[in-house]
Ligand binder design. Structure first.
Ligand code: GRF
Length: 195
């Protein structure tokens, strides 16, 4: 019996990479998926050290080449089944969206369609949600299209915003949700695509 080849995912990240670390750990325990590549646009990003620690190749990309080519040939050569944006701050160019239709997902630290779009990331999102006196915030995992934070929604989970909540305390709650759910939803998307 020939063992099923593992599905290969590429994680795109610009920052600390705490989501990337959880996804790698989840895939190491799953027999069916492997993180084949980390793609990063920031030479100072913490995610680079996470790639090294896990012996995962890390591609540092340039804006010009990313906008012109989306690194599509490289991603196809690496046999990537799913592109996972985990704190990736550049908009995905159309060429990449077109070459990976329904195969690029993103996590956003708020309940889209509200509190999304250009500039809405990190503490800015949590600050805006609290200032708007929202009772809840949460995470959204969605397919990626040509617009920021705009593709069809796959999964959402919410948390309450308590009296005296600060952007920092809300960020902590949201990160816990991300780390719990993103790896599971990635596995679910990959499984559904294989069926
Ligand atoms: C997360 O809050 C995610 O929702 C957003 O970027 C952040 C990435 O954090 N898209 P990390 O780099 O995974 O720690």
């Amino acid at each position: 019996m020939i063992a099923e080849k593992k599905k290969r995912i590429a994680i795109f990240a610009s920052g600390a990479g705490s989501n990337a670390a959880r996804i790698i750990a989840h895939c190491n325990n799953s027999g069916s998926i492997e993180v084949a590549l980390i793609v990063c646009n920031n030479p100072q990003a913490g995610v680079i050290a996470i790639a090294e620690r896990n012996h995962i190749p890390c591609l540092l990309i340039s804006k010009k080449e990313f906008l012109e080519t989306g690194y599509v040939d490289f991603l196809h050569d690496e046999n990537i089944s799913l592109i996972v944006l985990a704190g990736f701050l550049w908009k995905v160019p159309s060429i990449l969206v077109h070459h990976f239709p329904g195969r690029i997902i993103n996590i956003h630290p708020a309940l889209l369609p509200n509190y999304g779009g250009k500039g809405m990331y990190g503490m800015a999102v949590h600050k805006t949600v609290i200032e708007a006196k929202e009772k809840f915030s949460g995470i959204t995992i969605h397919f990626v299209d040509e617009e920021y934070d705009h593709g069809s929604i796959i999964f959402q989970e919410k948390v309450s915003i308590d009296p005296g909540e600060t952007p920092e305390s809300l960020a902590e709650k949201i990160h816990r949700l991300e780390h719990e759910y993103f790896p599971k939803i990635i596995e679910q998307v990959i499984t559904e695509q294989s069926e």
